[in-house]
Design a protein around this ligand. Structure first.
Ligand code: FAD
Length: 449
């Protein structure tokens, strides 16, 4: 048996890597985890956590206005202090970063704060040139924002920089139509920016139910967001006054103060040395893995965004946990990718679990759809003309709920609970057998017609 420095060397201390390192160390393995930026990874440092805090911050713009209808004396000239929010969010990020670091250390994992590359099936090379050996290497390096190839793209930012802006731009063009684009569109709009969302197709949020996506589009337009569809970048020109003139196909140029690319995320495998160990990758640079997260090199595994399966934090965490349990614990860890709930923290948010109506029709043929299109009580009193839409897609033959899709206040919170029932394979009749909890928005789920 060769002697290795470590049982496990993890590259990347994000959602997947941290979980795998911590659990493997707790199972008794000798573990090191290398991180080139900050422990916690995308989710904690520049993803889910700071994003959600900005979403909360942005929501006050509407809440404070609505509060007047509920009797609160809110001054007309509402002031928003971006620096205050930014600093508070950063302080919270620092706190969680420290908590993650402490958890790794308490469980006995060694943290190496250096970029690390693979230099063989059982060897890694740190940025300072030191080589370390490990019986198993786990690659959990995540992904980074994709930037369109167009003249002047260097003038744009990505979500990575959005959290550290000096101020809120008056006008921002956000390229993309996925969840990051739509979430930041809502955030910047609520903070007072004029937002242009530009996308190369006519679709937003592909993968979500069409009726729900349409409702978000309709509400966003009503709020004043501008959409430019079927548009691709031609060039971005920096004008003498510092503004950016964005030239795009099919539309007049747009002059804005900031351009943000939210056009997808690609795995961080460039320059990682994976070829040295015979690790195969997809065309997009994702590491190919089997059901056990093992790459084409038997001693190298990969979890999370770098495998480009489902780029969500809870998935990276589950994959990291399953990997560590299988290799260093009692085994039995397999990730079940069916019925994963997901949400878009737009304004208002939307969420879904299971099959969309069109997916269900393709798969099952006979499908029954129930829906509720209503104005939430709070919106009615606030004089806010925004309607919520809940949709339930059922198998026409068995009555089983195949999917639930919602847009409206707090739907991400509601869908998490509803997802338990969908995953458990409950029927519409079983939903209806549950007494409504009145008055809530969620009660619509057991009253759908
Ligand atoms: P990461 O968390 O990205 O961790 C990878 C780590 O590896 C990083 O810390 C990186 O610095 C490090 N690294 C990379 N290369 C090296 C190297 N060579 N050497 C050493 N270290 C290296 N998901 C959700 O579920 N809900 C959300 O609301 C949500 N919001 C998001 C919002 C934004 C703006 C973004 C960008 C992402 C969001 N995500 C969300 C996605 C989520 O953040 C990712 O799916 C998750 O972080 C993936 O975890 P990971 O472990 O694969 O990678």
């Amino acid at each position: 048996m060769p002697d290795f420095d470590y049982d496990l060397f993890v590259i990347g201390a994000g959602s997947g890597g941290t979980r795998a390192a911590r659990v493997a160390a707790a199972h008794g393995a000798k573990v090191a985890v290398a991180e080139e930026y900050r422990v916690g990874g995308t989710c904690v440092i520049r993803g889910c956590v700071p994003k959600k805090l900005l979403v909360y911050g942005a929501h006050f713009a509407e809440d404070l206005k609505d509060a007047r209808r509920f009797g609160w004396m809110v001054p007309e000239d509402l002031q928003f202090d971006w620096q205050c929010l930014r600093e508070n969010v950063m302080a919270e990020v620092d706190r969680i970063n420290q908590a993650y670091t402490n958890t790794l250390k308490t469980n006995g994992a060694e943290i190496i704060e250096q970029r690390t590359t693979v230099s063989g099936p059982n060897e890694v090379t740190l940025a300072d040139g030191t080589k370390k050996t490990a019986k198993t290497i786990l690659v959990a390096v995540g992904a980074h924002p994709q930037i369109p190839h167009c003249e002047g793209h260097e003038h744009g930012i990505t979500s990575n920089e959005a959290f550290n802006l000096d101020g809120i731009p008056k006008r921002i063009l956000i390229a993309g139509a996925g969840y990051i684009a739509n979430e930041f569109a809502g955030i910047f709009h609520q903070f007072g920016a004029h937002v242009i969302l530009m996308n190369r197709t006519k679709d937003i949020l592909r993968g979500y139910d069409l009726a729900i996506r349409d409702r978000l589009l309709q509400i966003s337009m009503m709020k004043g967001l501008e959409f430019r569809f079927d548009a691709t970048f031609e060039k971005i020109v920096k004008l003498d006054d510092g503004c950016l003139e964005v030239h795009m196909s099919g539309h007049d140029p747009a002059v804005v103060d900031l351009v943000m690319f939210a056009t997808g995320r690609i795995p961080n495998t460039k320059g990682l040395g994976l070829e040295s160990a015979g690790v195969e990758m997809t065309e997009r640079g994702a590491i190919k893995v089997d059901d056990d997260n093992r790459s084409t090199c038997p001693s190298i595994y990969a979890v999370g965004d770098v495998t480009d399966r489902i780029q969500l934090t809870p998935i990276a965490i589950r994959e990291g946990q399953a990997f560590a349990d299988n290799l260093f614990g009692k085994g039995g860890g397999k990730v079940d990718y069916a019925c994963i709930p997901s949400a878009v923290f737009s304004h208002p948010p939307l969420a879904g679990v299971g099959l969309t109506e069109s997916q269900a029709r393709q798969k099952f043929g006979s499908v029954r759809v129930y829906s509720s299109d209503f104005r939430p009580m709070k919106n009615v009193l606030a004089g806010r003309d925004e309607r919520a839409l809940y949709k339930m897609v059922c198998d026409g033959e068995t009555d089983r709920v195949l999917g639930i899709h919602m847009i409206g206040p707090d739907v991400p919170e509601i869908i998490q609970a509803a997802a338990v029932a969908v995953k458990a394979g409950l029927t519409k009749t079983q939903f209806d057998a549950t007494v409504a909890l009145h008055p809530t928005m969620a009660e619509e789920l057991v009253l759908l017609k």
